[in-house]
Ligand binder design. Structure first.
Ligand code: OOB
Length: 546
C-alpha cells in the first residue's frame, strides 16, 4: 500500500448558489442509482440497453446492477471508495457502473484508448481500490494492461473482468453478499471524469449526483428525448459528450433506448442505426466527415436518424452545411467540456445558427463571461476568453490546488481556455484556444505532457509540441526536436519510443521535425507558449512556400 494520504473527492458550491440551484429545481436530490430504480419501476419491460450481443430491459439492467453492487460490497469495497473503470462501448458498461453507484462507490472513468501511464496516474490520483475492465475489445487485451497497472499500483486490491477473466476475478463471479445497499447523498461526488488536460497530466473532475443529473436531464429535454427515442453511443461513452450531452445517461433518464456501438466506422455504425432504428447520436467532426463520405454508397437504411450531434472540436460551417443533404437529418452542434458548461444549437434554430455557431448554454443560470487579456468584458461579436460558472460547472478539480488557482477565479468562474465570440441570443462561436493543447479529432493533448515524455529520450536535447491545422483531424500534433550533440535520432525511433512509454496512441506525435535550434529573442529565454507559436508560424510559412 502506498503511504500517500487518501483525499476524499468533494465538490462544493457556496451555500447561496447551492440554495438557488435547489430552489430553481435544477438540483432535485436524485441519485444516479435512484433514477435507474425509478425508471425500472415505471417501465420495467422497456428495452434499456442493446449491443450487438445483448438486449436488456430496464428491469433486467437494474437487477444486474443490483447484483454487481452486492458483488462490489462482497469484495470489501465500501461507500466512497474509488473504482477505476475502463470499459468500451458494450452493454455491460451499465451494470458495472450503476452497480458502483448503487453501492455508493465512485467510478473513475478511463477511456479505452488510455494505457498504462495514464491509468497508473488516475489510480494513484484517485486512490482507487479496484479496477474494472473488459477482457478484450477491438483487438486489444485489457487484462494484460490491468496486470501492468496493478503491478505499479498495489493499492488496487481487486481487478474485475467483464467476459473471460483470465487470471482475474470475473464480473459475474464476484461474491454475492446480502449487505444493505447504502443511502447515497445526492450532493456528494458521484464519479470522477478525466479532463482534457490543457496543461500537464489530465486532472480528475469530481461531479455530484445533483449537478450531473441536472445537466443530462436538461440536455435530454433540449434534444427532445422520450420513450420512443433511440440514442446510439458511437464515441467511447466514458467521455462526457456521449455520456451526458444528453448521451447514454440522458437517454436512460428519459426512458429511451441506448444502443452501444463497438466502433464508429461507417459500416458498423450504419448497420446498427438501420437494425435498431437509431434516432440520435453524437460524433466528433472527423467522424462526421467520414460518415458523410460513406452515406451515399451505404447499403444500410439510415433514414431513422433524425439528429446528428457534432462536437468536441470545431466543425466548419462548410461541413456543417452538408449534414442534411448527405445524411438526411438535423445537425446539432455541441460545445462542451467535462468540467461542466455545455452549449447546444437548438433543433428548431435557423440554419445559419446551426451551421455557424456552437450553440448556447443549457441553463438560464449558466453565467458566461467573454473577457479580453486584461480581464475586461468584450462587446458581443468580439473574440475573448470564455469563463463560466453555473449549476453543473465544477468549482475545483480533485486534489489539484495549483491547477485550481490557475483555472478558477476567486469568485468561482472556470477559465475554459477557449477563445469565443458571443452573438445575440447568447450563441457562442469557438475561435480557438488560448493555451497550448492540441485538439486532435476531439482528443485533447497537452503539449507539456508530450514534451516531458520526449525529453526522456536520451537523444532529445529539447522538444516543443505544437498543433498544426489538419484538413481531416482539425489539428494534428507536431514535435519539434533539437537532438543531443553527436546523435541523429530519426522520426520512427522517436515515435516508437513514445509508444513504449505506455501512452494512449493519440498522444504519439503525428509528425516529428528536427531543428538545429529554437530561435530565442535577443533577451534570451522566451516563454514556452511564445516558442510554440513561433515554431508553428514558421512551419506553416514553409509549408505554404512548398
Ligand atoms: C468535450 O469535452 P472535453 O472536456 O474533452 O474538451 C473540452 C474542450 C473545450 O474546452 C473546447 O476547447 C473543445 O473541447 N470543444 C470544442 C467543441 N466542443 C468541445 N471546440 C470547438 N467546437 C466544439 N463544438 O469535448 C465535450 C464535452 C461535452 C459535450 C461536448 C464536448
Amino acid at each position: 500500500m502506498s503511504d500517500a494520504p487518501v483525499i476524499e473527492p468533494r465538490q462544493v458550491w457556496p451555500a447561496e448558489f447551492a440554495e438557488r440551484y435547489r430552489q430553481k429545481g435544477y438540483w432535485r436530490g436524485e441519485t444516479m442509482g435512484g433514477f435507474l430504480r425509478r425508471a425500472a419501476t415505471e417501465h420495467p419491460d422497456r428495452i434499456a440497453v442493446v449491443d450487438p450481443d445483448h438486449r436488456w430491459s430496464y428491469g433486467e439492467l437494474l437487477a444486474r446492477a443490483e447484483r454487481a453492487a452486492q458483488g462490489y460490497l462482497g469484495l470489501g469495497l465500501r461507500q466512497g471508495d474509488r473504482v477505476l473503470v475502463q470499459i468500451p462501448n458494450i452493454a455491460h458498461f451499465f451494470p458495472a457502473v450503476f452497480g458502483l453507484f448503487l453501492a455508493g462507490l465512485v467510478p473513475v472513468y478511463a477511456l479505452p484508448a488510455h494505457r498504462q501511464t495514464e491509468l497508473v496516474h488516475f489510480a494513484r490520483r484517485a486512490s482507487a481500490r479496484a479496477l474494472v475492465v473488459a477482457d478484450r475489445h477491438e483487438g486489444f487485451d485489457y487484462r494484460d494492461l490491468a496486470g501492468q497497472v496493478q503491478a505499479e499500483v498495489p493499492a488496487l486490491a481487486h481487478v474485475v473482468v467483464i467476459g473471460d477473466p483470465g487470471p482475474w476475478l470475473g464480473f459475474d463471479a464476484m461474491p454475492a453478499g446480502d449487505l444493505p445497499l447504502p443511502q447515497v447523498d445526492p450532493s456528494r461526488v458521484a464519479f470522477l471524469q478525466i479532463s482534457g488536460g490543457s496543461t500537464g497530466l489530465s486532472k480528475l473532475i469530481p461531479r455530484t449526483h445533483d449537478d450531473y443529473i441536472y445537466s443530462f436531464r436538461a440536455s435530454a429535454e433540449i434534444c427532445g428525448l422520450d420513450g420512443d427515442s433511440v440514442y446510439m453511443g458511437a464515441l467511447p461513452v466514458a467521455h462526457n459528450f456521449p455520456m451526458s450531452s444528453p448521451g447514454v445517461m440522458g437517454a436512460l433518464y428519459a426512458g429511451s433506448r441506448v444502443v452501444m456501438c463497438p466502433n464508429p466506422s461507417p459500416d458498423t455504425a450504419f448497420s446498427l442505426i438501420a437494425r435498431e432504428g437509431v434516432t440520435i447520436t453524437g460524433v466528433v467532426p472527423p467522424l462526421a466527415l467520414l460518415w458523410m463520405q460513406a452515406a451515399p454508397r451505404t447499403k444500410h437504411d439510415i433514414s431513422s436518424l433524425q439528429v446528428l450531434q457534432v462536437g468536441g472540436a470545431k466543425f466548419t460551417p462548410e461541413a456543417a452545411a452538408r449534414v442534411r443533404p448527405t445524411l438526411g437529418c438535423t445537425l446539432q452542434q455541441v460545445f462542451g467540456m467535462a468540467e461542466g458548461l455545455v452549449n447546444y444549437t437548438r433543433l428548431d434554430d435557423a440554419q445559419d445558427i446551426v451551421t455557424g455557431t456552437q450553440g448556447r448554454p443549457i441553463s438560464p443560470d449558466d453565467e458566461v463571461l467573454v473577457l479580453d487579456d486584461a480581464g475586461q468584458p468584450v462587446p458581443d461579436g468580439q473574440p475573448g476568453h470564455l469563463l463560466t460558472r453555473g449549476p453543473y460547472t465544477i468549482r475545483a478539480y480533485h486534489d489539484e490546488p495549483a491547477a485550481d488557482a490557475r483555472s478558477f477565479t476567486p469568485d468561482g468562474f472556470y477559465r475554459t481556455g477557449d477563445i469565443v465570440k458571443r452573438l445575440a441570443g447568447g450563441y457562442l462561436v469557438v475561435q480557438g484556444r488560448a493555451g497550448d493543447h492540441i485538439n486532435r479529432a476531439g482528443e485533447k493533448i497537452s503539449a507539456e505532457e508530450i514534451e516531458d515524455h520526449l525529453l526522456a529520450h536520451p537523444a532529445v536535447f529539447d522538444a516543443a509540441v505544437v498543433s498544426i491545422p489538419d484538413a481531416f483531424l482539425g489539428e494534428r500534433s507536431c514535435a519539434f526536436i533539437i537532438a543531443q550533440p553527436d546523435t541523429s535520432p530519426r522520426a520512427p525511433e522517436i515515435k516508437a519510443f513514445m509508444r513504449s512509454r505506455g501512452l494512449a496512441e493519440f498522444k504519439v506525435p503525428d509528425q516529428v521535425v528536427f531543428v538545429p535550434e529554437f530561435q530565442t529573442t535577443a533577451v534570451g529565454k522566451i516563454s514556452r507558449n511564445v516558442l510554440r507559436a513561433n515554431l508553428r508560424a514558421r512551419f506553416l510559412k514553409e509549408e505554404e512556400r512548398k
